[in-house]
Write a protein that binds this ligand. Sequence first.
Ligand code: PEP
Ligand code: MN
Length: 358
Amino acid sequence: MIKEKVDSMDRIKELRQRIDKVNQQILKLLNERAQIALEIGLEKRKSGHAMYDPIREKEILDSILKENQGPFSNEVIAYLFKEIFKATLALQKDEFINNLKISRKYQNEDTLIKIKGEIIGGSNTTYIFGPCSIESVEQLEEVAKLLVNKGLKFIRGGAYKPRTSPYDFQGLGFTGVKIMKEITDKYNLISVIEVLNEKQLEEAYDYIDIIQIGSRNMDNFSLLRSVGQTNKPVILKRGYSSTIEEFKLAAEYIVSEGNQQVILCERGIRTFETATRNTLDISAIPILKKETHLPVIVDVSHAAGRKDIMTLLAKASLAANCNGIMAEIHPNPFVALSDSHQQMNFAEFESFYQALIE
Ligand code: PEP
Ligand code: MN
């Protein structure tokens, strides 16, 4: 009886050793398979083929099942191989995301954007303030004087406004662009102006320093490609219904065309919450900073849509390690032609800005 037990133990030990060996072989083969799949993925990407090919998957499975002699049933084998296919596809996708030109894995160092003696990105904090819309020379000049007084360099202002209603003020158009150029020349400031289409990009290009692509245009891929073919920094705002991955891919559209000067701007996303205009996605900041090498700024005005929480949102964004803050200010928000309730007057701006720099 004792001898039988000992023999059996020896046999189990030997079988276990065989299993261990097979496991090692499976492991090696699985990774060999994954490596080949990654190479296929690379070729597919180069030639523009889709990663997932259900017909090919079915062919592989059929040919495997034809050879199956058990003891596993065809159902079990099919299940196991489908899991392998799933894991492979996820690996190919990860590899794809990690190899984007905007990815931290592709370039470890922070992208620094140099413009008129200023640097956006790295350890710098960039402040971009100005009215929602450019309304007149006088209005923009008042804002410019305030910024210059504080030693600030960047000024924003919309000339082509993406309004929800076609009957709302649409901006001064090219006249607004020219006002911005006049003011930035006079006060040695750096301008940020949004363009909504290629025609406006061409018309405004020589007059502006930084091109803004607004939330509503984040997935206007032809416009993204067009600004990617320019030589000017681009502030790309996150689409209000876009995931972080979609946001990153939109930035990749610009960078893939040769323009690496992209600044990502988190500006809130649409959620079920109605207490704010949008929900500021604070988590997007550390994620984008970790996964990409691009500067990340936060527009607190369009995120919150209300002034009473703006200082804390800006502080929270800075604490989350963003590279800058954008906010709307206006000499007299009551009479502003757009976003009047969310633009800060100069006194409000004073305490807002003070709180950020102290
Ligand atoms: C803006 O910055 O003027 C603007 C319209 O913002 P968003 O595209 O984020 O709505
Ligand atoms: Mn606005």
